[in-house]
Design a protein around this ligand. Structure first.
Ligand SMILES: C[S@@+](CC[C@H](N)C(=O)[O-])C[C@H]1O[C@@H](n2cnc3c(N)ncnc32)[C@H](O)[C@@H]1O
Length: 282
């Protein structure tokens, strides 16, 4: 199949069908105005599969179960994976200066276990999970005996594979303070790639998961939900939030991106900050 024989753009009716399909599977509401963008992204799948038209590709996808490899490739193309370490400094300042010292103080008074379970929901390539691991490693330096579990999940298998490689571009690393960069990462390709050291990777595991579905995990003390709900409508948000609530221990926290638009939809939480919510006992 040559590029020349591939259609240049998805037609209006088919665009509506793709928009509905993406919404059904991911909860993401893509604007029908983004026809050119979606066409460009899907053209790569047409080339890779040898399918000649967007229409035939749509029918092909519909005929496949959603655990088929092609669905992973499709989702990788239609979702936005932008992320980087230490994104949104105020969240990391809070973690470093408030949350972790408080957890350590409570544990030293015997008021909580020396353990922490944290979920980076929609973790993309893992930058949020690795930033969390850096902050925790720093905070626990003088406090041995802690058991820390960070779980990163994302719908995109490509993102999860990259997260498992624990490798980051210079761009993704740009906000990591210099002393932490060399302490927790190794420059594996000069001026190009940094890899997280085992001190971080040993705390984190990644798995594929669709936020529209329940997650089979023990509840968490803290859940990050950032830069993903912005693409969802209220119906999908409510579905995701119901699953997330079950995954937070009573008194545990939900840290949602400022633009996530979940504040008005959350019930059974105390609002601590515009972006931080504490789960009340049910
Ligand atoms: C922009 S990234 C956000 C990464 C990180 N949380 C941050 O704030 O830097 C959004 C991620 O959400 C994921 N995503 C989109 N829909 C999803 C769904 N229904 N379930 C799980 N992940 C989803 C995408 O694959 C993408 O990696």
């Amino acid at each position: 199949m040559t590029t020349a024989t591939i259609q240049s753009e998805i037609g209006d009716k088919l665009m509506q069908q793709f928009v509905a399909l993406i919404y059904e599977v991911t909860g993401i509401r893509i604007s029908e105005q983004k026809k050119a963008l979606l066409s460009n992204r899907l053209r790569r799948r047409l080339r890779a599969t040898g399918i000649v038209s967007f229409d035939a590709y749509y029918k092909h996808l519909k005929s496949l179960k959603t655990d088929h490899d092609e669905w992973d490739h499709f989702l990788q193309e239609v979702t936005t994976h932008e992320t980087y370490l230490f994104r949104d400094q105020q969240h990391w300042t809070w973690l470093e200066k408030n949350y972790l010292p408080e957890m350590i103080a409570l544990a030293s008074k015997g008021k909580r276990q020396r353990s922490l379970r944290i979920w980076s929901a929609a973790s993309s390539t893992g930058d949020e999970a690795y930033t969390t691991a850096v902050c925790i490693s720093q905070a626990l330096l003088g406090s041995p005996g802690w058991k820390v579990n960070i779980v990163g999940t994302d719908i995109g298998i490509g993102a999860i594979e990259q997260a498992n490689r624990a490798e980051f571009s210079l761009r993704a690393m740009r906000l990591v303070p210099a002393e932490l960069k060399s302490k927790y990462f190794t420059e594996t390709v000069p001026d190009t790639t940094w890899k997280a050291k085992p001190a971080l990777t040993s705390m984190i595991r990644f798995r594929q998961h669709n936020l529209l579905e329940p997650l089979a995990e023990m509840p968490f003390d803290l859940v990050f939900l950032k830069n993903v709900m912005i693409y969802f409508d209220d119906t999908s948000k409510l579905r995701v939030l119901a699953h997330i609530r079950k995954q937070i221990v009573p008194g545990g926290l939900l840290l949602a991106g400022a633009a996530e638009g979940v504040s008005d939809l959350l019930e059974g939480y105390k609002r601590l900050q515009p972006w931080l919510f504490q789960k009340l006992p049910s």
